[in-house]
Design a protein around this ligand. Structure first.
Ligand SMILES: Cc1cc2nc3c(=O)[nH]c(=O)nc-3n(C[C@H](O)[C@H](O)[C@H](O)COP(=O)(O)OP(=O)(O)OC[C@H]3O[C@@H](n4cnc5c(N)ncnc54)[C@H](O)[C@@H]3O)c2cc1C
Length: 415
């Protein structure tokens, strides 16, 4: 690529991708060196579409407590160093500085007081512009080459040059927002490898039609994902039945484990304990206690006092138990079958909804290919990586944005 000429623009630093990570990298870099020409290139016609879609349109900016245990993917030590370098209190202060005050909701989630993701996006864009960041879009980078003079990036017919480049191109989730995975190709062309990607925080599709009449019901469960050859992983939280299968926070959290096991061709089962906090024996005791205290209560009614009534009906029908018998008539073998059903209800997953519905991407550029102190690329001097392009995915609750803000800060300080 020739890197001089009338269609070539030079900058001190070019950030590719103006999502959460790219916007904040640009802001932090421009705040640190106000005289530097910081350019942000993004392929999307509409900036920040993912921020606007986040948190149900309210943007769950971060969480009161964020630790490496909230993330999967590469090295927890690198994740810890990055989070420690720009922790939650500094994130909250940064947003306050740019006019976005946050409040806490259930499970420590922090949302803007406006309850509107536009507030977050508008504040980030205003701060970037106020700091002199040049935001260019739509400007999809299709090639990056590096020589001794620095980097040369191609955007259509135009060329952009800089001694330092940050890749903040995200993953593959919600590709219509611009995050189409092309950043991985750019990273590879500059010497990086790639941990294979799968959707994460992805609703799961179930076989059969058991779930169909239950669509819309939400309740707490404990899910166990058991991949052949590994100990089952357990997550508790709210499950939502849908017309295609299951969703809700706990399903989204376990989906990455299901996808990773499938990627490795390991047979995986997903079961739901419909009475979270109970083991097999205590589920059976709960049924026995109802038989003793209310022997004439119909089985359906007894069960409906433990789980949603429509789910109780569906389970009884599925295991061929008559809900109209009094509890006193429930035989020991039937009680055992019902206990098993309540404790280990199988969810026959046939796949996920995919990147069009998944909130994040698991996999990406391996963390051992970046310096944990700066997020500088090891194979390509002058290149930095921030955000979801790296092999880090967080659980639901504001953790993925915190990774974006923290990794952006680390990369920007080093720029
Ligand atoms: C529906 C939904 C809801 C979510 N809700 C939350 C939430 O409430 N809280 C939370 O913590 N996380 C949430 N997430 C996850 C969070 O949005 C992401 O983890 C985060 O946005 C990742 O930021 P990023 O900047 O790394 O990547 P992205 O936000 O994906 O940004 C990447 C940018 O790079 C641009 N780009 C890509 N390739 C190129 C190229 N070749 N040239 C130029 N530009 C390019 C894209 O156009 C895009 O603007 C949600 C995700 C989704 C999909």
């Amino acid at each position: 690529m020739p890197s001089t000429g009338s269609n070539t623009t030079h900058a001190h630093a070019i950030i590719v991708g103006a999502g959460a990570a790219g916007l904040t990298t640009a802001i932090f870099a421009a705040r640190r060196r106000s005289e530097a020409a910081v350019v942000l290139l993004d392929g999307a016609r509409k900036l920040g579409a993912k921020i606007l879609a986040s948190g149900g349109g309210r943007c769950n900016v971060t969480n009161v407590r964020v630790t490496p245990a909230d993330f999967c993917g590469g090295s927890p030590n690198t994740v810890r160093r990055v989070l420690d370098a720009f922790p939650v209190d500094q994130t909250v202060a940064f947003f306050r500085e740019i006019g976005v005050t946050l409040h806490e909701e259930e499970d420590g989630k922090l949302f803007p007081d406006s309850n509107d993701a536009h507030t977050v996006l508008d504040a980030l864009l205003a701060e970037a512009r106020a700091r002199g960041v040049r935001i260019v879009h739509p400007a999809r980078v299709t090639d990056i080459v590096r020589d001794e003079a620095g980097f040369c990036l191609r955007v259509g017919e135009a060329l952009w040059t800089a001694p330092r480049v940050v890749l903040a191109t995200g993953g593959l989730s919600l590709p219509q927002t611009g995050s189409d995975g092309s950043g991985y190709t750019l990273a590879r062309s500059l010497g990086h490898s790639l941990v294979p990607t799968t959707p994460a925080l992805d609703p799961l599709v179930l076989e059969g039609d058991f779930h169909v009449p239950l669509a819309g019901i939400a309740h707490d469960v404990e899910l166990a994902v058991a991949a052949e050859g590994s100990k089952p992983l357990r997550h508790a939280g709210a499950l939502l039945w849908t017309h295609f299968g299951v969703s809700g926070p706990v399903v989204l959290d376990v989906s990455r484990h299901w996808h990773r096991a499938s990627l490795e061709n390991r047979r995986t089962t997903l079961t739901a304990n419909l009475l979270p906090g109970h083991d097999f024996a205590s589920v059976e005791r709960a049924l026995l206690a109802r038989t003793e205290s209310q022997p004439r209560t119909f089985l359906h009614n007894a069960l409906a006092s433990l789980i949603p009534a429509r789910l109780a009906d569906a389970i009884l029908a599925h295991i061929h138990l008559d809900g109209q018998i009094p509890m006193a008539h429930l035989t020991k073998p039937d009680r055992r079958r019902l206990t098993r059903a309540l404790h280990d209800w199988p969810l026959p997953v046939i796949g996920g909804r995919g990147y069009d519905h998944a909130e994040v991407t698991a996999g990406g550029v391996p963390l051992d290919e970046v310096d944990p102190a700066t997020l500088a690329s090891r194979p390509c001097p002058g290149l930095y990586l921030a955000g979801e392009i790296l092999d880090v995915d967080g659980r639901i609750g504001g953790f993925n944005f915190q990774w974006a803000w923290s990794s952006a800060h680390v990369a920007a300080q080093a720029l």
